[in-house]
Every structure is written in C-alpha cells, then in structure tokens.
Design a protein around this ligand. Sequence first.
Ligand SMILES: [Zn+2]
Length: 568
Amino acid sequence: MSGNRPEQTVEAVLARLNRPKKVVVTAGMPYANGPLHLGHLAGAHVPADICARYNKMLIGKDNVLFVCGTDDHGSTSEVAAVKAGKPILDFIQDVHTIQKSTLSNYDISLDNYTGTSTPGTIEVHTKNCQDILRKLHKNNLLEKRSSKQWYDTSADRFLPDRYVSGTCPRCEEAGAYSDECDKCGAKYTPDKLLNPVSSISNTKPELRETEHWWLDMWSSTDLLVEWIESKKRFWRKGVYNEVINQVLPCYSFNKEMEAQYKEVKADLPKHKSRFAPGGRMVSQFKSLVDLEAAREIMKAAGIETDLEDGWAYRSITRDVKWGVSLPEEIDPSMNSKTLYVWPDSLIAPISFSEVSLKVKGQDPKEVTQYWNDSESKVYQFLGQDNVFFYVLMQATLWLGSQDNPKQMPQQGDLQLTDVFGSYHLQINGEKMSKSTGNFFTGDQLLEEMNYDSDQVRYYLALLSLSEKSSNFDLEHFKERNKFLAGPLNAALEKPISACIKKFDSVVPEGKLMEKAQKETYKIVQKYTRQMERAEYSTLLYAIENYARQINSLFTQFKTHNHRTHASR
Ligand SMILES: [Zn+2]
C-alpha cells in the first residue's frame, strides 16, 4: 500500500487496539426492592456483560473485574420491607437471591453479585465511604446546612425521600415523595409537599428542623468541564449533552434588564444567553473565572445577577438508621445520621471490586491497580436518569478526596470513569409499568414464555437504547430471532461444517477473494470500534449484513461441493 496509510489487514487493526492495563466494568445497581425486569437487563446488565467479555478477550480475564450488587440502603428497600411485613435484612436477602438467580439465568458473567449491606461487603464499604467523607471534610467540600424535614411522631423518626408520600406541589398528582415527584420530575423543599403521609405509620407527619452535610460540587466546576469536554467524541451524545449543559456555569438576571445587558454584552467573556421561566434571562459561560468576570461587568452596569448553582449542592446525609454510618470523629453531632444512598451507591463499585478480588483469590489491595491507575479503565453502564449522579456527583467525590482537589487526578488518585447511559425500555410501545400489565421480569420470558436467554440477550442488544427509548416489540423480537436461528446461524455453521465434512477439519489452502477480504477487513474494523464504544446495536446490524454476504458467497460458489475448485 502507498504512503503512510495504515496497513489494511485484520492483523493491523488488532495491533492498533487500545489495551488498558486493567478494566473494571460495572452495571447499574438494582434497588433491593423486587425482581429484575427487562429494563434492568437491557440498560445495564446485558451491555455491561458484553463489555466485560470483550475486555476479558482483549487483556485477559485476570485483568478484568465485572462487579455489581444490590443497592440495599435508602428508603426504597426499607419502605418495601415495611410493606412486605419483613425485617429489612431478611427482605433484602430474599430479593438478592432472586436477582442473583435471574442474572445467572441470563449468563451475566459477574465476578461476584453482592450487596451494599451483605456481610463481608458492608465492612469494606463502610471503610471506603468513611475514608472519602473524611477527605471531603478536610478539603472543605462538606457544608453543614439546616433544613426542615418531615418527622413521624408515632414512629419517632424523620421521613426523608420515600418515607413520606403526598400530593406533588407542581402537577398535583398523588404519590409524590418528600422532595421530588416521579410523575412530573419536580424537585422541591419538603415543606412544599401537600397532604404528607408517613410510609411507616400512615399518620400525618410534622415539619422539624435538622442539619445535614451538603456536598459542594460547584468548586469542582472547572475540572468537571475540562474532563467532560475531553470525552465529547467518546461518550454517547445523550450523556455528554446532559452533563455539559448542567455543569457549564450560569447566572440569571431579570429580563427587564435586557436593554442594559445588550449595552455591555460585547464586553462580557464568551457566553450563551436564553430566556428562562419566571421572567429571567440565563447566561452560560465556559468557566467560573469567566462567570465571575462577567458578574463584575454586569454589576457595574447596574444589573444584579443570581448564580444558577442549585444543581451543585446536594445533601448527602440522612436522619435514618438504615445506611452507612458516618465517621465518628469529624462531627459528633452528626453521629445519629447516615450517608445518603446516592453517594453510598457511587462508592459501592470500589467496595465490590475489593470483595470480588478476594472471591477470585487475589489480594484485595490490588483494587488500586484498577481504580487508581491512569492506564486502567472503569466502564459504567446505567440508566440515563442516573447520569447526573454517576458523572457529576461521583467525579466530585473522587476529585474531592484527592490531596489536592483543585487538579485533575494524578497517578495513584481515583481515576474518573467512563459512563454509558441507556434510555428507557418500552414494552409494545408503552412505558413499562405494573399497573398497565406490560411489565416483564427477566425470568418471565424464560420460564413462562420458554425463550432461551441468548435469544433475549440478542434482541436487547439490538435495541438502540444508547440513543433513545426503544421498544421491546414481541413480534419484532420473534422476527429477529428467526434471523438469528436461520441466516446468522447458517453463516457461521455452514463453512465450519463444510470444512469438517469435506476437508478433514482443515481449512483448505487457497487465495481469499478480494471482495471477501475487503468485507472482512471492514467488519473487523467496525467490530473493534463499536465494541470500544459499546454501540452494540449498530454492530449487530452490520454483522447481520456480513452474514448475508457469507451466505450469498457460499451459495454462489458452493465451495463445499467442488473440492478441486476450492483447493486450487
Ligand atoms: Zn409532580
């Protein structure tokens, strides 16, 4: 070949592959409140499993950890246990056993399926959470704030999150929680919830003052922007867009000041402005320095600006017993409280990795080779709804636990991870929901409908959940499976069986046709690129086309019937 063009052979493509030193693959952690449904498998466990298997081929199975476990703490599982009338640990153990069996039925090749409260894991996990909290506290990234929370006087406890339900102050639907509504996505302070009822005792709670630690993500803004920008070409569009729009710093001002703003607009650092609800205008900048410079100019022009930093401060402690305890020595007044379930679950994959190393007979201390080495990679598969937490909150926890939180991670620090978000799985065109009857657990398809797990895995991987909500359509599922069992199977099976039957199991000597060589080169190139990006849907459709080409060549040349032709 001429010039400096890379060599166009399969061997050359394989030689150019990026091979990390170690890889951790994580799949979104299911709450310990019920069986795994098809949405869990489609959005988290199946794609993560494909990624783990690929990386094991690439760098050897001893260099890859594939970890997951139940997300045991928080209100979701505790309230479900109360409703089931079981002690929390028994309830979680039962749910965990059922989930573990489903994952095994689907050949999800986890090194270990544990849970944040599982004996043997909780000890490691508590230490990891507390270590990070100590460092965040030392770096002044935990701010103590007072707020009002619902309190159940009959059960003598606070009711954060799902421990209380009521009417949403925005959409006025029932079933809203302490500070958010699942139906319309509203977020509000607990005192705004209407008609509150305790999920523990069914009584009406009262508001009481309480103190919590709030995590400061705002201070990490510039590092977060720099990191996310560096992922623009690699991450899925939905993931990148969501977090970059959240993290680019903004202020707002009264839109009646638009004329004054236009007079100074040219003097401001580069920014984008738009109208926002409530009679406001919002301006978005590239960095905190630019934002602050702009605020000075606006102030001098008589325009008052408010920081739009609501996203950047989240309370990360709760007044409940069911959770990871806080480090005692930092602040004794906080000792009755526990860690909020979100940071708990973001730290959990590190704890799961340590436990998995132990299960594999390796030294748990090797965990730093996976999480704290710049030549290693961590790939996380989760629902698009959770991207905010896995990107922004997790990165802040990691950066904030460095000796110097004002720089990108150095060798030995926790390294920032790669996040793969999946959109919702719909069933026959509708949102999956128990109330509408279109809800499928993973086991139902295998046990009641007699499908093979490979058939379901193949179809779930074909859906393009990386780009948009996709539909599990039973007719389409059957149709694709006919292709899997028919032409796709034939493309692999026919040449192999011809080789066994007609050529004594030895691939006969011969010159590869130019077309076959070209198409094979193309599919290998596509394979490596899409596997790296976890774009399995695009890849599977390309493989279907390649299979059609094999079948057509096979029919055209009937190599297996003409021994002399083939061996010429
Ligand atoms: Zn609502």
